[in-house]
Ligand binder design. Structure first.
Ligand code: HAM
Length: 522
C-alpha cells in the first residue's frame, strides 16, 4: 500500500518551508511593533461555536466543516450506523431480525450510558432516547400482531422503523467538535473564557496556523490551509483602529515584498440599518429570480447579501442594477465609514471601494475589507477582514467589547511571492569534509563549536573520498567546505574553501571561526 497525502492537503517541503518561516517571522516582527502578542489556540472547538459566530447559513458552516462526535463509545457508534442504514424498505425477516438484534443491543446500552451521565442529558437526547425505546417496543408489538403481512399493520411497521432510523441518528453520543475553519471565533471564545476584558487597553492578539474547510481543491484553495491573523478587541470602535489594523497589514505585505496588492473596502452597516437594506435587496432579487442561478435563488431566502458575492459571469449585469448599501447606511454607520476613509487617507493608504464586498461570514458589521494579490488566478483574495462588534456579546461576553481583525491566507501569499520570484534556500553554511580516522574527533569538535556560533553545519557520518565529499557539499548548497585531513591535523590548521568561487585559505581555529561568523548569511 502506497500512502499519499489526502486530497486538498499538502506537504510544505524545504526549501519552500524556509520561505514560510521567513514570512511568518516577518509577521511576528511587524505585529509586535504594533503591540500585538501571540495567542495559541486549539485546533478543534465545539461545532456550536462556529455555527453561532460564522453563521448557520454560510458556506463554511453549512457544508465545509470537518466535524465529529468525540466519545469513547465505538460500539454504540457502529450500532447507530447499522441501525440507521439497514435497508428495511422491503420488509423481510432476515433484515428485520438483524435490525431487531442491533436495537436490542443498542437501546439498553445507550440508556445505561445516559443514566451514568456519560452521554449528554440534553433535552434532545432525553427525548430521542425515550422515543426510540418506545418505538422499539411498538415495533415488536406490531411484529407479533402480524405486521409482516401486507396491509395496514405492515404500513405502520414500516413507518415505525423509519422513525427509529431517523431518531437514532439524532442521539448524540458525545461532544460535537469541529476542526477550526477560521480562528476569530476561537479568539473571541478565549477572550471571554479568560476574562480578558479586565486587561488594560485594547487586547491585541495574533495567530499563525492551519485551518480546515472542505472546499473543492484548486490552485490557492486547500482543505487544510494556513492563516496569519490578528484581532483587536476593546471598548472602542473608533475608525482609527480599523485604519491602523489595515496599516499594519500593509506594512507586513511591504516587509515581505509583496507587490501589486490591492485593498478593497466597504461598510455593510449595523443592526440598525442593515436589516432594512437586506429586505430591500431581497425584494429586488425576488423580481429578478428567474434570471439568477440556483445558488443565488436559494440565497434570496437564506442570505441575500451573499448574492453580491456571486462570480457567475451571467449574473454580473443583474447584480450591477441592485441597490447599494452605501445609500442605506444609518447616520452613525455613514459617519464611521467616512471617518475610516479619512483615517486611511491620513496614512496615505490607497484603496478602492467595492460595494459588493460583503464577506462570507455572518459576524461582520460596518467595515469590511479584502486584499487581492497578483498571480493567483480566481482565488486572488490574499486577506480578508472586518469589524465584528456584536460577536463578543453573541458568544456570551460583555456587550461593550467591540472587535476588528483580519486573516491572511498564507498559502496564497506564498504563491504570489513565488510567482514574483521569491525563493529561499535551506541555508546550509558549512560542510566539513574530513578524511582519515584521526581527523574525525577533530571534525566532531569543530562542528559542535561552529554550531554553538549558530552556524548551520553538515558533518558526514562516514568518511568519503575527497572529490565525492566536495561534490556533495556543492549539491547541498553549502557556502563553505572546511577540509580536515592529515596535513591539516599536523599543521593545526583548517583549509576552508568558498564554494561559489573556489577561494581557498588555511586558517587556525580562531581565524576560521572569525572568518565564518563574519561571512554568515543574514
Ligand atoms: P476568510 O475570508 O474566510 O476570513 O479567510 C481569510 C483568508 O484565508 C482568505 O482571504 C484566503 O486568503 C484564505 N483562505 C480561506 N479559505 C481558504 C482555502 N480553502 N484555501 C486557502 N486559503 C484560504 C476569515 O477566516 C476571518 N476569520 C478573517 C477575520 C479575522 N475577520 C476578522 N478577523
Amino acid at each position: 500500500m502506497k500512502f499519499q497525502a489526502i486530497k486538498g492537503v499538502r506537504d510544505i517541503l524545504p526549501p519552500e518551508s524556509a520561505l514560510w518561516n521567513r514570512v511568518e517571522q516577518a509577521a511576528r516582527s511587524v505585529f509586535h511593533s504594533y503591540g500585538y502578542d501571540e495567542i495559541r489556540l486549539p485546533i478543534f472547538e465545539p461545532t456550536e461555536l462556529f455555527a453561532r459566530s460564522v453563521g448557520l447559513d454560510t458556506d463554511i458552516v453549512s457544508k465545509e466543516m470537518y466535524s465529529f462526535e468525540d466519545h469513547p463509545f465505538a460500539d454504540l457508534e457502529g450500532l447507530k450506523a447499522q441501525i440507521r442504514t439497514r435497508p428495511i424498505g422491503l420488509v423481510n425477516l432476515t433484515n428485520l431480525g438483524l435490525f431487531d438484534k442491533d436495537l436490542e443491543d443498542f437501546v439498553p446500552k445507550v440508556q445505561q450510558a445516559f443514566d451514568r451521565g456519560e452521554i449528554s442529558k440534553s433535552p434532545e437526547n432525553v427525548k430521542m432516547i425515550e422515543t426510540v425505546s418506545k418505538s422499539f417496543r411498538e415495533m415488536r408489538r406490531l411484529l407479533t400482531a402480524g405486521g409482516l403481512a401486507p396491509g395496514t399493520l405492515q404500513e405502520e411497521l414500516i413507518g415505525n422503523i423509519q422513525a427509529i432510523q431517523t431518531n437514532v441518528g439524532k442521539i448524540v453520543l458525545g461532544d460535537v467538535l469541529t476542526l477550526r475553519p477560521e480562528a476569530t471565533a476561537s479568539v473571541v471564545r478565549a477572550y471571554i473564557e479568560h476574562g480578558m476584558q479586565t486587561r488594560p487597553g485594547n487586547v491585541k492578539l495574533y495567530y499563525v496556523g492551519p485551518m480546515f474547510r472542505r472546499e473543492r481543491p484548486q490552485k490557492g484553495r486547500y482543505r487544510q490551509f494556513y492563516q496569519i491573523g490578528a484581532e483587536l478587541l476593546g471598548s472602542s470602535d473608533h475608525p482609527a483602529l480599523d485604519a491602523e489594523v489595515i496599516e499594519m497589514l500593509l506594512a507586513f505585505f511591504a516587509r515581505v515584498n509583496l507587490t501589486g496588492a490591492k485593498l478593497y473596502i466597504n461598510s455593510i452597516g449595523d443592526k440598525n440599518c442593515r436589516p432594512a437594506y437586506v429586505e430591500r435587496l431581497r425584494g429586488e432579487l425576488q423580481k429578478l429570480r428567474d434570471k439568477l442561478g440556483a445558488d443565488s435563488q436559494r440565497r434570496i431566502e437564506t442570505n441575500p447579501l451573499r448574492v453580491l458575492d456571486s462570480k457567475l459571469p451571467e449574473e454580473q449585469a443583474i447584480i450591477d442594477t441592485l441597490p447599494h448599501i452605501a445609500d442605506h447606511l444609518c447616520d452613525a454607520c455613514r459617519e464611521h465609514y467616512a471617518e475610516l476613509k479619512r483615517q486611511l487617507a491620513l496614512r496615505k493608504i490607497e484603496y478602492e471601494e467595492n460595494w459588493r464586498l460583503v464577506r462570507g461570514l455572518d459576524y461582520y458589521m460596518r467595515t469590511t475589507f479584502e486584499i487581492t494579490a497578483p498571480g493567483l488566478g480566481s482565488q486572488n483574495a490574499v486577506c480578508g477582514g472586518g469589524r465584528y462588534d456584536g460577536l463578543v456579546e453573541l458568544l456570551g461576553g460583555p456587550a461593550a467589547t467591540k472587535g476588528i481583525g483580519f486573516a491572511i491566507g498564507t498559502d496564497r501569499l506564498m504563491l504570489s511571492l513565488q510567482e514574483a520570484g521569491a525563493a529561499a534556500s535551506c541555508g546550509l553554511e558549512i560542510y566539513i569534509a574530513w578524511m582519515g580516522a584521526q581527523a574525525y574527533p577533530a571534525a566532531v569538535a569543530l562542528a559542535r563549536k561552529l554550531r554553538e556560533h549558530n552556524l548551520s553545519v553538515e558533518l558526514p557520518a562516514q568518511e568519503m573520498k575527497f572529490g565525492k565529499s566536495l561534490n556533495l557539499a556543492d549539491r547541498l548548497g553549502a557556502r563553505f567546505a572546511v577540509i580536515l585531513g592529515e596535513d591539516e591535523l599536523a599543521a593545526a590548521q583548517f583549509t576552508v574553501k568558498r564554494l561559489a568561487d573556489g577561494d581557498q585559505r588555511k586558517l587556525s581555529e580562531p581565524e576560521l571561526l572569525e572568518y565564518l561568523t563574519k561571512s554568515r548569511t543574514a
